[in-house]
Structure formats: structure tokens, C-alpha cells
Design a protein around this ligand. Sequence first.
Ligand code: INI
Length: 166
Amino acid sequence: MRQYATSGDASKLRFGVVVSRFNHLVSARLLEGCRNELENRGAGPDDIDVAWVPGAFEIPQAARALARSGRYDAIVTLGAVIRGGTPHFEYVCRGVTDGVRDVIRDTSVPVAFGVLTTDDVEQALARAGGTEGNKGEEAARAAIEMARLGPQLAAPPRSESGEDER
Ligand code: INI
């Protein structure tokens, strides 16, 4: 068996982060978690560019523009969609999830999904540095891992021992 190398090293990688202002308290905590994780894993402050957008529905448009720019090894998307009393929640959730999926499909640039979709603000805060961790950190780790994996996939994995090189 051969395996592609997995890496959580963010050094020398460049990241575009799209974060939505709606539910700002939650988004700001997701962004803090994301930034800390990227920097703790070796990304320089000048290698992380942040684009704020009004709401989660606008995330895919900005993520697509950043992905197409060619400047970034990976994009991280952050935000919080919190259920209200109307079907609006479902439409915003679908817009952002389908939109981010389309950016990945159309550009092949890794886009990590750190957009919370929760029933209430308590659930969101729990996942933005509370009892359930910080999904911004998780998205940062996913972005790093996919940025490292992607370039390897054009060729077969390199075998450590050479035994598998048949
Ligand atoms: N945007 C969010 O990011 N989270 C929400 O919970 C939300 N709700 O509930 O309405 C929300 N709506 C705004 C939407 O994303 C757009 O910004 C707006 O429709 C303008 O296009």
C-alpha cells in the first residue's frame, strides 16, 4: 500500500479567508480560531488575507474570486447561519453550501467549510470557541491538509521504502 503524505504544516502557504458579518460575535470567534490555527501551524500574518462579506449567502461569490485569483493555496469560509422562524434559513444554508461546493468543483482550489448552521445562537457559540470547540480552527486544519495534498495527487504517491515502486 502506498499513501500520499499528510501534512498540517502551513508554512509558506497562502490563505484567503472569507468571513460573513451576519451574527458577527460568532463569526469573529471563528475567525480568531482560524487565524490562530493557521499561525500556530506556520503561516505568516502576511500570508492570510481576510475578506468580510455581509452574510453567508455572499460567501461563495467572494470565495470564487479569491480562488480564481491564483494567489492562494486554499480558501477558508467562515460564518454562522442560525435558524429563525421562517424558511429563509434553509435558502441561505443551501445557497452557501451549494455555492462553496461549486467553487471547489469549478476551480479545484481547496475551500474549507467553516460555516455553522445551527438551531440557535447557543449552539453556534458552543462551536465558536465554546464547549464544542472552534470550527474555525477545524476549517483551518482542513484547508492546510488539502493545500498540501492537492499538488501531490497528479502523480502516484512516493513510497518511503521504495518497495512499492513497481
Ligand atoms: N446570513 C447569515 O450569515 N446568517 C444568518 O443567520 C442569516 N439569516 O438568518 O438571515 C443571514 N442572512 C443574510 C444573507 O446571508 C444575505 O446576506 C442577505 O440575504 C443579503 O443577500
